[in-house]
Ligand binder design. Structure first.
Ligand code: NAD
Ligand code: DAU
Length: 352
């Protein structure tokens, strides 16, 4: 039995990872540590509540004592660090908390794991690993050609991506300095169930179903490389099991699409299958995001070649599954878009 400390496991990708691992393996135990910010939701984890191999702990990755206690009370084999402030627009409005959680929180976790696993000078308990879940945004923005490779220099632009790049550098420093066993994964944009409707795809699904305006930043020709969330979970699992210590692995499925095309895909699916009264008249081009990265595109050749990873869900299937999921989880959407979300939405989109 291997014990995983998953942080941020009540958020979008983290909860999908917890469900994926517990469904797939009988010899995995998961401790999920999550602060339950606006983005964390225990409803995502209903399926595993009561599973004897699953424990939820509400806590902050910045809390040194709490993390130390967790390591003392459990023989943890792997740390998978999803916990983060993840939304670029929020980072533009308020960078401070991004430094606290994404940078200081990551260093705090690294320290606690290092103290718990160290058995000698630069020697650690056999088989332990710290996996940092990072993002393609640390590489910056691409022009019309080329892809991000693991060797592409870091060139983050937003406060969010700068905080993630800083965290990556600390993870690398722990490997370079202490030979502490780490991996970093850098994935492209995820979509799928349980994604908070501040992000493009669930926001557009929600607004379309509500006949609300669809706010497309600038000309809508910015390109993102979309991956179904379960394929990201599979990649993380493979890197923990077989990734070479100290290595970075890019994760992406060569599925680049301009934002406006994503919005139109959602609109046409809803029009055809759900509500014939919706149309492109809902699209509103609004003021662009500050410092908006134009294009992301991952080269996933290393993880394909070295670990045999490949994406299983193509975009046509994944987007349909995702829209269907939101249609069959209307109460989930209603709950997460009530209260605080209304204030966020007004502040973010008012005057745009
Ligand atoms: P999310 O915002 O949906 O979830 C983040 C989770 O972290 C929430 O459950 C939140 O409560 C928790 N959290 C925040 N601060 C915390 C703290 N101080 N201590 C403990 N828990 C805390 O994010 P997501 O989209 O699921 O992203 C997860 C990770 O994957 C992030 O590290 C993000 O940078 C990375 N990532 C995301 C994407 C994407 O497309 N969403 C792509 C590549 C990488
Ligand atoms: O690339 C991986 C990253 O993808 C992750 O590291 C981040 O955590 C995740 O939030 C995501 O960042 P993006 O900024 O690419 O995702 P977002 O869904 O916010 O926006 C996707 C694109 O859509 C981006 O070009 C901005 C645009 N957009 C977004 C929103 C919310 C709009 O045009 N209108 C909107 O209302």
């Amino acid at each position: 039995m291997k014990t995983y400390l998953v942080t941020g496991g009540a958020g979008f990708i983290g909860s999908n990872f917890v469900l994926y691992m517990l469904r797939r393996y009988d010899d995995v135990r998961i401790i999920n540590l999550d602060k339950l910010t606006y983005a964390g939701n225990l409803e995502n984890l209903r399926e595993v509540e009561g599973n004897p191999r699953y424990t939820f702990v509400q806590g902050d990755i910045c809390d040194q004592e709490a993390i130390k206690t967790l390591f003392e009370g459990n023989e943890i084999d792997y740390v998978v660090n999803f916990a983060a402030e993840s939304h670029v627009d929020r980072s533009i409005a308020n960078p401070q908390v991004f430094v606290e959680t994404n940078v200081l929180g990551t260093v705090n976790l690294l320290n606690a794991a290092k103290n718990a696993w160290q058995i000698g000078d630069d020697e650690y308990r056999e088989g332990c690993k710290f996996l940092q879940v990072s993002t393609d945004e640390v590489y910056g923005s691409l022009g019309a050609e080329g892809y991000f490779m693991e060797t592409t220099p870091l060139d983050p632009h937003s406060p969010y991506s700068s905080s993630k790049a800083s965290a990556d550098l600390f993870v690398k420093a722990y490997y370079d300095t202490y030979r502490f066993p780490v991996n970093i994964t850098r994935c492209s944009n995820n979509y799928g169930p349980y994604q908070f409707p501040e992000k493009l795809i669930p926001l557009m699904i929600h607004n379309t179903l509500q006949h609300k305006e669809l706010p497309v930043y600038g000309d809508g020709m910015q390109v993102r490389d979309w991956l179904y969330v379960e394929d990201h979970c599979k990649a993380i699992d493979m890197v923990i099991r077989n990734g070479v210590t100290g290595e970075v692995y890019n994760v992406g499925g060569h599925n680049e699409r301009p934002n406006i095309a994503i919005v139109k895909t959602i609109l046409s699916y809803v029009k055809e299958h759900v509500d014939p009264s919706v149309g492109e008249g809902l699209i509103k081009h609004v003021e662009d995001r500050k410092g908006h990265d134009r294009r992301y595109g991952i080269d996933p050749e290393k993880i394909r070649r070295d670990l045999g990873w490949f994406p299983e869900t193509c975009f046509e299937v994944g987007i349909e599954k995702t829209i269907r999921w939101y249609l069959t989880h209307k109460e989930w959407m209603e709950r997460v878009t009530s209260g605080q979300y209304q204030e966020y939405y007004r502040a973010m989109y008012a005057g745009k």
